[in-house]
Design a protein around this ligand. Structure first.
Ligand SMILES: Cc1ncc(COP(=O)(O)O)c(C=O)c1O
Length: 468
């Protein structure tokens, strides 16, 4: 954009094809396709059929030049302008994909991390929240809260019951801190556990980019650690590690379940090196098959494991509610940071969720969704087996709302994902989840947001792209 704005790329100049640009800039074609899409959407370039992409004759005025009173960009902390940080935080924002183009039907969203909000019992939840609002009307909460703002006590009580049943995690309400989703939990943990510039944080690679961004923002020294079929490679952990972040039940995005042996090795390593473990159990409610390996937090290691849970998958991501079950020695510091950030999460919503859990609606919803998601997953597995066995090798997993598959043969996963996006099928290639270069390529298929017929349609588009 800068080159177009300042005239280095003159009006009408033909841009190289993404293939040629890849050779020049040395970045993936997926990234280039995103850049070209963005330029197109913002009116910087035009596409001419069969001739290519050209700098537009009339380019939009840059907002920064004509908005009086805008802060000059040099006042911004450059961290938040870094493209890797932007990419990590805008992880689900595909350029040009939010709005279907004219004449196109809404896309099919095969990305990981999505749920089906259409099936959430919103009327039941609305009644629970209204009842709690009426209660608050009669008894307005005292300020400051008598509960030390660790989160509403009823919700903490409901959480400790819920995870005892679904995840066999035993904890008391006073070990629970309510957060605004898992993302705030990561931020709180990063602020509390990281000494800027000093603390080494080990992250599974591939991993969840928004988690990475939280620890990077706290100026941790990040170390990517590879994952194999048993989970994080403990033998690759740096000796000076202070915090180790893992998803043992359903590694994100590979889906691997951490083996019993690896769990023992990990906890032993953490103790020996005075490190702590952050356990992200983002979709632990949705176990579909196999042996229910308990959460790490169960294993006699309540002093070194910070268990992070969220209501984003089992209820709705828009609730922005999650929690940390923290070792007792760390709770006061975590509560202080939470209070410093936003005092506490919104009380009416906390009370509504507490009632929803206490009345058994969450357990019922999870039971229903487990069956529905299992059915979608089975169909997706069947399609992968029948139609993609020559180019994709699914990673075995037993939990969750997505399946990851490694590319085999000569399929270019980035190219396939980019073409799928252009045809209205949102799909992520594994590449964007890696920190270190050279990770094994593949694709991730989320089935949370789609019914079976949508999954079939999306996979048909993909099959046609690959066969072409
Ligand atoms: C690995 C992982 N952790 C955590 C979350 C949940 O995040 P939040 O509770 O902030 O919505 C997600 C959501 O997709 C995720 O994929």
């Amino acid at each position: 954009m800068e080159a177009i704005d300042d005239g280095r790329l003159a009006r009408g100049t033909r841009l190289p094809s993404t293939r040629a640009a890849q050779r020049v800039f040395g970045v993936s074609r997926n990234t280039l396709a995103d850049v070209y899409d963005r330029l197109l959407n913002e009116g910087y370039v035009v596409m001419r059929r069969r001739s290519g992409t050209f700098v537009a004759d009339k380019i939009p005025e840059s907002p920064a030049t004509h908005e009086p009173g805008d802060a000059p960009p040099y006042r911004l902390n450059p961290y938040w302008l870094r493209t890797d940080v932007q990419d990590a935080i805008h992880f689900w924002r595909e350029p040009g994909a939010d709005q279907p183009r004219a004449g196109q039907s809404p896309g099919i969203d095969l990305r990981a991390g999505q749920i089906d909000p259409r099936l959430f019992p919103i009327a039941v939840f609305r009644r629970a929240v209204s009842r709690q609002l009426r209660r608050l009307e009669r008894m307005p909460p005292r300020n400051p809260s008598s509960q030390g703002n660790q989160g509403n006590y009823r919700l903490r009580e409901a959480i400790s019951r819920h995870i005892r049943i679904t995840r066999a995690v035993v904890c008391r309400p006073d070990e629970v801190l309510v957060t605004s989703g898992a993302q705030q939990a990561f931020d709180l943990l990063a602020r509390t556990l990281v000494t800027p510039g000093e603390t080494t944080v080990a992250l599974e690679d591939p991993g969840y980019p928004p988690l990475r961004a939280a620890f990077a923002a706290a100026a941790a020294k990040l170390v990517p650690v590879p994952v194999d079929q048993e989970g994080i490679r403990v033998d690759h952990l740096p000796r000076d590690v202070g915090v180790i972040c893992v998803c043992p039940s359903h590694q994100f995005p590979l889906g691997v379940l951490m083996s019993e042996q690896r769990r023992e090795q990990l906890v032993r390593f953490a103790r020996a090196h005075k490190a702590v473990i952050v356990e992200d159990d983002y979709d632990g409610e949705f176990r579909h098959e196999g042996n229910p390996l308990q959460a790490l937090r169960m294993r006699d290691c309540a002093d070194v494991v910070f268990y992070v849970g969220t209501f984003s998958k089992c209820m709705l991501p828009s609730l922005r509610l999650g929690f940390i079950i923290a070792p007792r020695w760390a709770l006061p510091a975590l509560v202080t940071v939470k209070n410093y950030l936003d005092w506490h999460s919104p009380t009416p919503m906390q009370l509504g969720v507490a009632e929803f859990i206490a009345e058994g609606h969450l357990a019922q919803h999870v039971r229903k969704m487990r069956n529905i998601y299992a059915h979608r997953r089975e169909r997706l597995h069947q399609i992968l087996r029948e139609d993609f066995s020559d180019c994709l090798e699914p990673v075995p997993s037993s939990y969750g709302l997505h399946i990851c598959a490694f590319a085999t043969g000569n399929m270019d996963a980035n190219l396939v994902a980019a073409s799928a996006v252009r045809q209205g099928v949102q799909l992520h290639s594994l590449e964007r989840y890696y920190m270190a270069p050279g990770g094994r390529p593949g694709l991730i298929f989320g089935y949370g947001a789609l019914d079976v017929s949508q999954i079939e349609r999306g996979m048909k588009v993909l099959r046609d792209i690959i066969r072409r």
